[in-house]
Design a protein around this ligand. Structure first.
Ligand code: ZN
Length: 207
């Protein structure tokens, strides 16, 4: 069983891919977003600590994230890290308790990310999420579930998405370099349909 890190900008299809890969390979899928939400919801010591930072609008420090991840990994092998590590410090902290065997980087062009994410619409009444490309409503502009109006969130505007992409590229560069230098990085073209990306990643992880 190998420990796999999945890196890639929002819109690269990371979440869906991680779910499929972990199922196919029998890996424990560890999304730090989910772990964080769960710790906060259960009111654990780490969760309360994290919530303190978040309620002040601050980033949760690396040590807190690392402690949560370490607890989940619990010495086991065969973990798929989704959205983690985010920083070089997190990568070094992770290496101390879980050796990384392969890092998959989902490479995708900014234009494609903008195209995918700016197609997202949400129902103003019930919050259901649609995508005009991959999951359109049956009637244009109308929620299938409740008939409410479909609107674009401010976060899904093309200029906001483009900016977020640039920030991700800048912030993740040291991490990508770090893993490339260690010979662990595998680049996959994520601008293709999910099925093609999945098959490619699977071949590269197993190979
Ligand atoms: Zn609705």
């Amino acid at each position: 069983m190998r420990n796999v890190v999945l890196l890639g900008p929002p819109g690269a299809g990371k979440g869906t891919l991680a779910a499929r890969l972990s199922q196919e390979l029998g890996l424990l899928h560890l999304s730090t977003g989910d772990v964080l939400r769960d710790e906060v919801a259960r009111g654990t010591e780490l969760g309360r600590l994290a919530q303190g930072y978040m309620s002040r609008g601050e980033l949760v420090p690396d040590e807190v994230i690392l402690a949560m991840v370490r607890e989940r990994v619990d010495g086991r092998r065969g973990v798929l890290f989704d959205g983690f590590p985010r920083t070089l410090a997190q990568a070094k902290g992770l290496a101390a308790f879980a050796p990384v065997d392969v890092v998959v980087f989902l490479a995708i062009a900014k234009d494609e990310v903008v195209r995918r994410l700016s197609s997202r619409r949400v129902c103003a009444s019930c919050g259901a999420v649609y995508n005009l490309i991959t999951q359109p409503p049956q009637v244009a502009g109308q929620c299938d579930r409740c008939g409410g109006d479909l609107v674009q969130r401010p976060d899904d505007r093309p200029d906001v998405i483009a900016r977020r992409f640039e920030v991700y590229e800048r912030d993740s560069a040291p991490l990508v370099d770090h893993y490339a230098r260690q010979g662990l990085l595998v680049r996959v073209d994520a601008g293709r349909p999910p099925e093609a990306v999945f098959a490619d990643v699977l071949a590269k992880i197993q190979g």
